[in-house]
Write a protein that binds this ligand. Sequence first.
Ligand code: ADP
Ligand code: MN
Ligand code: MN
Ligand code: MN
Length: 451
Amino acid sequence: MYSTYVVRDNRIDNMVKNVGRIHGNPPKGPTLMDNPLGKYFSLPLPDDKLIATYVWIDGTGENLRSKNRTLNFLPKVPEDRFTTIMNARDEKLREEAYKELKYSEQHKYLPPYFSPRNLENIFKVQCRLRATRNIGVFDENLKDLPVMSFNGSATRQAKRTNADMYLFPRAIYRDPIHRGRSILVMCDTYDTQLQPTATNNRVRCAEAYLKCEEDEPWFGIEQELFLMSADDMRPLGWPYKGFPERSSRYYCGVGADRTFGRDLMEAHYKCCLYAGIPIVGLNVEMGPSQWEYQIGPSVGVSAGDDLWMARYILQILAEQYGIEVSMKPKPLPDWMGSGAHVNFSTKLMRDVNGIVEIEKAIEKLGYAHQAHLKLFDPHGGRENAKRLVGSHQVAHGDELTAGVGERLNSIRIHRNIAFEKKGYFEDRRPGANCDPYVVVDALLRTCVLNE
Ligand code: ADP
Ligand code: MN
Ligand code: MN
Ligand code: MN
């Protein structure tokens, strides 16, 4: 599933540069439906068992790993959890959370605390625990979930062989893969000395969020990606030889000659909703077989949890389908790159005349621009630099530009928001393979904490 992209990408570079006929039936691996073992997948679990899948970011900072554990209990939470959350939010969100709670309660398998909306105050407690170095102890909400260990030398997370590293549960989602009461658990990683590993960017992000919780920072991330056939790593539906026609028909396109992999992306959309990930939209992007889904708004550090878990679910579905998801910022030279636009607002920005706050934030981003560029992919910004070239609807990386509506800017303010003079702004710079914990952290520290 996580192969070396470099070798495979060369094949694309070497492709004959002529326009070929798009084929509508890309080669597919066996799906669970075709798979004779598929029927066992839906076997009900014993009443007293659930499967917890622990998911973590490995040493590359962009690939995920996971392992399963059978639990014989449901993680418990204190009764008053929802009231805490609901008091901390504005009227409308409180109402929504309440609706969600009722729905959850009605749901046969879903205890109300499985909603990620509920998990915010976990971070607070986790951070406090981490500050006291007593990180083996958990907040009430997650304390029942075991800390798991894994072999860090096999995940590029440890130099020593057979180094036992630790997975700390941070956020729980319903599991659309195993269903029933099973859960997906987003974790962060610690070394043998219980120190955060090099790619554990969640710690810093959670600390930044903790410092400005009262500002109610929200993040909505647009994840762009290409679907590749795992057989030959060519984009799905592309001609067997050469390139598809350059055309404006692909964006939000409908029809077998211009849209590829819709079944996979729609399945992913539903799985995210089922999981409790706040996915808000899906559209075909401008490149053939390029897609975008949007997450959010999520509060603070949970934006990272939500997006990483959405990425995980898509990888699992695609794996079962013989498709590889490429989140490289520029997978195909001279074609549309993939970004991860990060939409950001604070309470003040969403309030009357919040545009003033938005402008202040953008000014600060201008000073931090060069430093930020290095953070927008897990390769010191080098991969994303190939995307930030001032064409294909992305800004040039040299300087930060901002404007209303215009997509060629680094920062875009939606027309509606300019009209209403409040809302959020869109940072179009991060690459599709960025670590959202890093980007959220950078925006919080620059725009809110003035660091
Ligand atoms: P675009 O016009 O750039 O394509 P999209 O509709 O694809 O925008 O995505 C909009 C994103 O903005 C979504 O991820 C959504 O969650 C996010 N968003 C909406 N309102 C806010 C807000 N107040 N603060 C932060 N993000 C927001
Ligand atoms: Mn979008
Ligand atoms: Mn887009
Ligand atoms: Mn956008």
